[in-house]
Design a protein around this ligand. Structure first.
Ligand SMILES: N[C@@H](CCC(=O)N[C@@H](CSC=O)C(=O)NCC(=O)O)C(=O)O
Length: 284
């Protein structure tokens, strides 16, 4: 279904569009933001970088606080900021906790009732949303797409890159949950969306497990702050992902950024470098 444009905001010479559409995969209206750099026209379409946000976020957090648009404007890259879950499906418990349900879709297609009703964020992000964007916005080149994300969205970016070979030309992440089967956030989400017993399904969405079996080439950039309390609590487990990369001979660069926390002050400090990483693959 086509997008309603609810606002157009000038940003770094380009424009940030606030969009809404009805999505079949999530059975509800979805809101999102799309940044078009000044160079993007139907005759000179821009590549697209998708930014997946973390727990409790909407498509607004990255657009307002991530500071991606400055570098995206210079490089001529469009940025898509989707929401993190369906909204308002009236499922019991949907709004009870910050790390499950609303704002916490984990970029998977839930198989367990009642969540399987509309918690289909993998289908939304990899299929319905890009199809709708490419058909309405001729200023975007659907053949050049990269993906990045933060925390839960970093898990989304890496796991979707590994689960859909060839769909994304670049991949990076900020403080990603890299081994969800082994951390409290991931265990709660996967038990709820797939079932406690369905461990083979968990592995299909766990970036560390996926990397061990991935047959393609990788060049995944990851930043993690050493002052990040969620890193210290063992929610992110980047060392497990690095170990899997080393054993599988995959290129993964994890940069431990001294003193940075989990917030958008951290993301905005390195957003430009992640756009440059994407540009190496999207702007050739
Ligand atoms: N409220 C929670 C913490 C929620 C939180 O920190 N969310 C992060 C993402 S965490 C992983 O996905 C976030 O990006 N928040 C939005 C923001 O603008 O900072 C708690 O109290 O622990």
């Amino acid at each position: 279904m086509s997008f309603e444009i609810t606002a157009t905001i000038a940003s770094f010479g380009g424009k940030l569009l606030k969009l809404a559409h009805h999505a079949k995969s999530t059975s509800c209206q979805m809101k999102l933001n799309l940044y078009l750099p000044p160079s993007a026209t139907p005759k000179t379409p821009a590549p697209l970088l998708i930014y997946l946000a973390g727990l409790t976020c909407t498509g607004d957090n990255g657009a307002e606080k991530g500071f991606f648009q400055a570098a995206a404007s210079k490089k001529g890259i469009a940025i898509l900021y989707p929401d993190t879950s369906p909204r308002g499906l009236n499922i019991a418990g949907e709004d009870e906790s910050y790390d499950f349900g609303s704002g916490a879709g984990f970029y998977v297609d839930a198989t367990k009732e009642p969540w399987s009703k509309g918690y289909k964020m993998e289908s939304y992000i990899t299929d319905e949303l890009p199809q709708a964007v490419f058909s309405q916005f001729r200023e975007i080149d659907g053949g050049r797409v990269g993906i990045t994300g933060h925390s839960m969205g970093g898990h989304g970016a890496i796991s979707l890159f590994l689960r859909h070979p060839g769909m994304y030309k670049s991949c990076s992440a900020f403080a990603p949950i890299t081994n969800p089967s082994e951390c409290a956030w991931g265990q709660k989400a996967f038990a709820g969306y797939f079932g406690e017993e369905n461990k083979s399904k968990w592995a299909e969405h766990d970036s560390t497990e996926l990397l061990k079996k991935f047959e393609g080439e990788t060049d995944i950039l990851i930043d993690v702050g050493t002052g990040d309390n969620f890193y210290k609590q063992g929610q992110l487990l980047p060392e497990n992902f690095e170990k899997a990369a080393k054993e599988a001979g995959k290129k993964v660069t994890v940069r431990y950024q001294e003193g940075y926390d989990h917030s958008y002050f951290f993301i905005s400090s390195f957003a430009g470098e992640h756009v440059e990483h994407a540009a190496r693959y999207l702007c050739k």
